[in-house]
Design a protein around this ligand. Structure first.
Ligand code: SAH
Ligand code: SF4
Ligand code: F3S
Length: 440
């Protein structure tokens, strides 16, 4: 067997894709290694969402080249996949001649064939959007599943074209996998010991896959179907768009016991002027109404979001609207980013770009606010007993790290046999990013 080292950047869909690529490459004689030095091939599955994400790729390529030059091994086969591959294509092999193969997100099923072609000593760039779906060829392989919690991509691509975002260009248009394929994959995961499934999509709630009778099924309807699978203990889904939230999705949070009380619903900005410039297609009030509805059916639900700070033309009062919205919603956690100009997106050429200094100052303010909300949310758990899915060993071998229903990391001491089980843990302390507890 040859050895392949993989590194994943970006979102959870890339995590899912990396696993599928490693599986299909294992059929070609490549075994995964966690040791870069001993690898024969390297797979870099990249992200293009912000400038820093892409720059990381080029510095990693430099580092890998240095390592293999130093150890004077045979040149490693270097594969670049993911959203930078799609966006930059040939440019990558021009800028880094060390790269052998560039493959876009919709062509991963062609990897065995592409790897064969590499033997003819050519550089290959494949950034097609083929008509057949990669999902028909990339399936979770049962013998490889060792986790209690797994991702399952059900939808990919995006048709919304927010003016700041590269995803519609890098992942292509919206595609939903058929219901039966998803159920089959979920059953395979459950049979392999998976207790928790997180459904993934760039806009997971834009899901509209067909069921056996050919009828389109929404995310809410799919959740109700998956909730019936025996052996499945927890369901999650991410990431959502406010425009695609419907009543079935809300009622799923009322009626499905195994649907975890957590909703990641990005708004990006609290200012209606900025939301319009972003082409989001919703107002801050639309968003607040959704939060109210879901809290009505599930009062304890943890709410999370993404924010872009310093979008073009963001004035002090627009920023204050965002700050105020965060105060009003009271998040359990949230991600915030300084706006990053992405080549080819409409916002990159808008007037009134915001200076880096102002972006950073505002970003710092929202991050402090979000952190304080997160600390408060976590501290409210102290004294409660919660069901925790134990998923891995901590640094100190006696310690186990698990997940609460609200997606918090929970640390506790216990034998490693607990891993993969759902256990009652009493929370004894909290901080900004995690909870600590003890087995009841
Ligand atoms: N489909 C999801 C977002 C996927 S991208 C949605 O509609 O909400 C993940 C996050 O990256 C976005 O929510 C946004 O907050 C951030 N992001 C995307 N493009 C960005 C850019 N140009 N600059 C800064 N952050 C960006
Ligand atoms: Fe990007 Fe907007 Fe699509 Fe989300 S909805 S992936 S932010 S274009
Ligand atoms: Fe990044 Fe592509 Fe995901 S740009 S966030 S890897 S969809």
């Amino acid at each position: 067997m040859k050895k392949i080292y993989a590194k994943t950047y970006g979102c959870q869909m890339n995590v899912y894709d990396t696993d599928r690529m490693l599986e299909i490459l294992s059929n070609e004689g490549f075994e995964e290694t966690k040791n870069l030095q001993e690898s024969d091939a390297v797979l870099l599955n990249t992200c293009h969402i912000r400038e820093k994400a892409a720059e990381k790729l080029y510095s990693d390529i430099g580092r890998i080249k240095k390592i293999s030059d130093k150890t004077s091994q045979k040149k490693k086969t270097l594969i670049v996949s993911g959203c930078v591959a799609q966006a930059e294509g040939k440019e990558i092999t021009k800028r880094s001649p060390y790269v052998d193969l560039v493959v876009g997100p919709q062509s991963y099923h062609k990897l065995p064939h592409l790897m064969q072609s590499l033997k003819q000593n050519r550089k290959i760039v494949d950034t097609d959007f083929p008509v057949e779906s990669k999902f028909d060829h990339l399936i979770n392989q049962k013998n490889k599943i060792r986790k209690s919690s797994a991702f399952l991509t059900i939808q990919e691509g995006c048709d919304k074209f927010c003016t700041f975002c590269v995803v519609p260009y890098t992942r292509g248009s919206e595609y939903s996998r058929p219901v039966n394929d998803i159920i089959d994959e979920a059953n395979l995961l459950i049979d392999s010991g998976v207790k928790e499934i997180t459904l993934l999509g760039q806009n997971v709630n834009a899901y509209h896959g067909v069921d056996a009778s050919g009828k389109a099924c929404s995310l809410g309807e799919l959740l109700f179907k998956l909730a019936k699978l025996t052996g499945l203990k927890r369901l999650r889904y991410t990431t959502n768009h406010p425009r695609d939230v419907d009543d079935i999705m809300i009622s799923a949070h009322k009626d499905i016991d195994i649907l975890m009380p957590y909703l990641h619903l990005p708004i990006q900005s609290g200012s209606n002027k900025i939301l319009k410039l972003m082409n989001r297609g919703h107002t801050s009030n639309d968003y607040l109404k959704i939060i109210e509805k879901v809290r009505n059916v599930r009062p304890d639900i943890a709410i999370s979001s993404d924010f872009i700070i310093g979008f073009p033309d963001e004035e002090e009062n627009d920023f204050n609207d965002t700050y105020k919205l965060i105060e009003d919603v009271e998040y359990s956690q949230a991600y915030s980013f300084a706006y990053s100009e992405r080549p080819g997106t409409p916002a990159a050429t808008m007037e009134n770009q915001i200076s880096k200094a102002i972006k950073m100052e505002r970003l710092h303010k929202v991050q402090e606010l979000i952190k304080s909300q997160q600390r408060l949310f976590n501290s409210n758990m102290v004294g409660r007993t919660m069901e925790i899915l134990a998923d891995r060993l901590g640094k100190d071998k006696k310690q186990i790290i698990g997940r609460s229903p609200y997606l918090q990391s929970v640390h506790f001491d216990g034998p490693k046999e607990l891993i993969g089980k759902i256990i009652n843990i009493k929370i004894i302390s909290s901080n900004t990013n995690s909870l600590a507890g003890e087995v009841v």
